[in-house]
Design a protein around this ligand. Structure first.
Ligand SMILES: Nc1ncnc2c1ncn2[C@@H]1O[C@H](COP(=O)(O)OP(=O)(O)O)[C@@H](O)[C@H]1O
Ligand SMILES: [Mg+2]
Length: 220
C-alpha cells in the first residue's frame, strides 16, 4: 500500500464548482511527484485533500494509513509538512520562532526544539538567520524558512503548492536543489507547479497532469 492513496476521489465545492473528478492515484514511499496543469485544473485541491484543508465529496484519501477525515487531522499533520507559494510566515515572529512553532504545538521539550530547529535551518542553508524577522529576508530566503518549518518535525511526506511561483530562476533553482536533497534523504515529495524550470528538469520526477479536475496524463 502506498504512502498516499486517492481512491476514486471527487471534490465538488459548495458552490458547485468541480475541483477534482474521480481521481485514483497511489504514491509510493520515496517517490517525487510533480502535479502540473493550467490554473484552475485542480492542483491545489489535490494537495488540500491530502493535508486535510478540504475533504472529498466522494471517495477517500489515505496518508500513511491514516484516513483524511476531521478527527484524524492532528495525527495526520505529524506525518506531513506543507510549503506554500506565499510562504505564510508569521510576520511578528522571528525565523527561529516561525520554524519552532510546529514543535511547540507537538509538545517537544525546549532542548529538542532548539536542536531540531537549528538542524532544519541548516538544511535550508540559513543557519545564522534565526533572529531575523520575515520582512528582513528576500523571497527566496523566506521560502527556505517555509521549507524549514515544513521539515522540522521530520515528516515522511512533504507537500508544496507552487513553492517557486513567486521566485526568479536563480532562487527557483536553489529551492529545487533543497527538495532534491530532502528526497535523497528519504522523503516522499509532492510539488505542484506549471513552471518549465521544474518540468524541463530531468530529475526523475513522476508527473501527473490535470485538466479541469481530471487526469490528462501520467508519466513515470
Ligand atoms: N473554496 C473554493 N470554492 C469554490 N471553488 C473553488 C474553491 N477552491 C477552488 N475552487 C475551484 O476549483 C477549481 C480547481 O481549483 P484549484 O485546485 O485551486 O486549481 P489550481 O491550483 O490548479 O489552480 C477551480 O475552478 C477553482 O476556481
Ligand atoms: Mg493552485
Amino acid at each position: 500500500m502506498g504512502i498516499v492513496v486517492f481512491d476514486r476521489v471527487e471534490k465538488i465545492y459548495a458552490n458547485g464548482t468541480i475541483g477534482l473528478k474521480n481521481l485514483s492515484l497511489t504514491i509510493e514511499k520515496g517517490e517525487f511527484w510533480l502535479i502540473t496543469g493550467h490554473s484552475g485544473s485542480g492542483k491545489s485541491t489535490l494537495l488540500k485533500l491530502l493535508y486535510g484543508a478540504e475533504f472529498p465529496t466522494r471517495g477517500g484519501v489515505v496518508v500513511q494509513g491514516i484516513k483524511v477525515i476531521p478527527p484524524n487531522l492532528t495525527k495526520l499533520r505529524r506525518q506531513l509538512g506543507v510549503v506554500f507559494q506565499d510562504y505564510k510566515l508569521i510576520p511578528t515572529r522571528n525565523v527561529f520562532e516561525n520554524v519552532a512553532l510546529v514543535l511547540q504545538c507537538q509538545g517537544y521539550s525546549p532542548l529538542e526544539l532548539k536542536k531540531r530547529t537549528s538542524v532544519a535551518l541548516k538544511t535550508v542553508d540559513l543557519p545564522d538567520r534565526g533572529q531575523c524577522y520575515p520582512n528582513q529576508l528576500s523571497g527566496g530566503e523566506q521560502q527556505r524558512v517555509g521549507i524549514a518549518r515544513a521539515i522540522v518535525h521530520s515528516p515522511p511526506l512533504i507537500l508544496a503548492d507552487e513553492p517557486t511561483g513567486n521566485l526568479d530562476p536563480e532562487n527557483t533553482w536553489q529551492i529545487m536543489q533543497i527538495f532534491h536533497k530532502l528526497h535523497q534523504s528519504g522523503a516522499t515529495i509532492v510539488v505542484t507547479t506549471h513552471d518549465r524550470q521544474w518540468l524541463n528538469n530531468n530529475y526523475g520526477y513522476k508527473l501527473l497532469e490535470l485538466n479541469h479536475g481530471s487526469v490528462s496524463s501520467k508519466s513515470f
